[in-house]
Design a protein around this ligand. Structure first.
Ligand SMILES: [Zn+2]
Length: 448
């Protein structure tokens, strides 16, 4: 199955779609049709019921009934009237609503916690990041901190009149997504941590489903749906944090692998005589290109784990590095070139394996892209087996350190689009309000 060819937000790149072949009962058909109509309006913009019927192949009576339910669930609203070339009586247009339904993405990484929330119509409600020493704090204190972040977000969203449909937590490690357990997160020092279970405590975000996923996979989804490489069906995302994570989109779908562990590019061994990695092995790629490696080369006295104990957000560390470079410290330029060289070498393997059109550089790589990309691109051209025939470009992400939490919120929105029945019925509406002026909302929005 290939989704997303040439289109940005269509399809379900996570592949949580319908299973083929099973006999569908009435409720399943209804759910799938609700999803079809909601997704159609979400992707194609406001339009009349008649147009939705014509474009989806559903009959008009069915569409009217489905829309009634989606309005009652607060996911579709009526605006209008819609003319748009239609013959005959203009009807009210349908538009994506979801303003009362929120999606929360949380990321815990080595040195920060990020929170990002949108409503189902992708209006951004929360976007923040705070420095936090998750590496030094251990899982228990980190989970307490995450719980606090979630409580604060839930309370802020309640002030917006938004109820959460779900929470996804991004963690830099290997995740058993079926249970929300972090199996291994080398740079956090977490092993077998039941994150979803711990954060599902009744005093945190009661009745809100919590899932856990790999940070780079979630960031790759964000890049695919809203980032610089939107809709590029074959892309690799690399995030430069203390460690290095990867997410592979192949044929418009996130590559998960048998256990969902695919994309752990940071721990591909590139130098058997290199440094010891956070995972315990020698010479992993991230020991060459992770932010910890750059910091070690530029400011050994401030290296992770040996410094003054002050927690620094990665942006602060980068600002410090850039200041040194501006002040004429030649080690900085040399170290960045070294990172670029190793980035190109390691990416050669990815290009040989996956033939991506684009490698999106996220995290700290994006901030130093102007210096890193030319070096990495030259190395890739020199070493890739397909050479320039592979036509793969490095591109800097513009989502910064927020990509994973953004992707995490996106997964929740995607779940609502796939199954609108997870959102409760809020309002009783007439079964067929079309053309009924009394039912029009008080503030009629312009069509666009
Ligand atoms: Zn490693």
């Amino acid at each position: 199955m290939r989704h997303g060819q040439g289109g940005g937000r269509n399809g379900d790149p996570r592949g949580s779609g319908r299973s083929a072949g099973a006999p569908a009962d009435q409720a399943t058909v209804r759910r799938s049709n609700l999803s079809l109509v909601l997704r159609h309006v979400s992707e194609h913009g406001s339009r009349s019921r008649s147009l939705v019927a014509a474009e989806t192949g559903l009959n008009k009576t069915t569409v009217t009934s489905l829309v009634g339910e989606l309005v009652a669930r607060g996911l579709i609203k009526e605006i209008g009237p819609q003319h748009a070339g239609a013959v005959g009586r203009p009807g009210l247009a349908l538009a994506l609503d979801g303003s009362g339904v929120g999606a929360l993405g949380i990321e815990v990484n080595v040195d920060y916690i990020a929170a990002f929330a949108t409503d189902v119509a992708n209006r951004v409600l929360i976007d923040r990041r705070v420095g936090f020493d998750a590496m030094g704090s251990g899982p228990d204190r980190s989970l307490d901190e995450l719980a606090g972040t979630i409580r604060e977000a839930v309370s802020d969203l309640a002030a917006f009149g938004v109820t959460l449909a779900g929470i996804t937590v991004a963690v830099p490690g290997l995740i058993d997504t079926s249970t929300g357990t972090v199996e291994v997160a080398p740079n956090l020092g977490w092993y077998g941590v039941p994150v979803a279970e711990r954060l599902s405590a009744p005093d945190i975000a009661p009745d809100v489903p919590i899932t856990v996923d790999n940070d780079a996979n979630l960031a790759a989804l964000a890049e695919f749906t809203t980032g610089v490489a939107t809709g590029t069906p074959d892309l690799v995302y690399l995030t430069g944090e203390v460690g290095v994570g990867g997410g592979v989109i192949a044929g418009g779908r996130l590559l998960g692998g048998a256990d969902g562990f695919a994309g752990e590019v940071g721990h591909v061994m590139v130098d058997p005589s290199g440094e010891r990695c956070g995972c315990g092995r020698i010479g992993c790629w991230e020991t060459k290109v992770g932010l910890a490696a750059l910091v070690r080369m530029v400011t050994p006295e401030r290296a992770y784990g040996v410094g003054d104990g002050v927690v620094r957000d990665p942006e602060e560390r980068l600002a410090e590095i850039e200041l040194r470079q501006a002040a004429g410290d030649r080690r900085v330029g040399e170290a960045i070139t070294e990172v670029g060289r190793w980035l190109g070498r390691g990416s050669t393997t990815l290009v040989n394996l996956f033939n991506p059109r684009v490698i999106v550089l996220g995290g700290y790589f994006a901030r130093l892209a102007r210096q890193i990309i030319p070096v990495a691109q030259a190395e890739l051209a020199r070493l890739g087996v397909a050479g320039s025939a592979a036509r793969c470009s490095f591109v800097a992400s513009d989502l910064g350190f927020g990509a994973a939490s953004r992707g995490a919120a996106g997964v929740v929105v995607e779940r609502v689009l796939s199954d609108p029945t997870i959102i409760g019925i809020r309002r009783i509406t007439p079964s067929n309000p079309e053309g009924d002026a009394d039912r029009m909302p008080p503030n009629v929005l312009p069509l666009n």
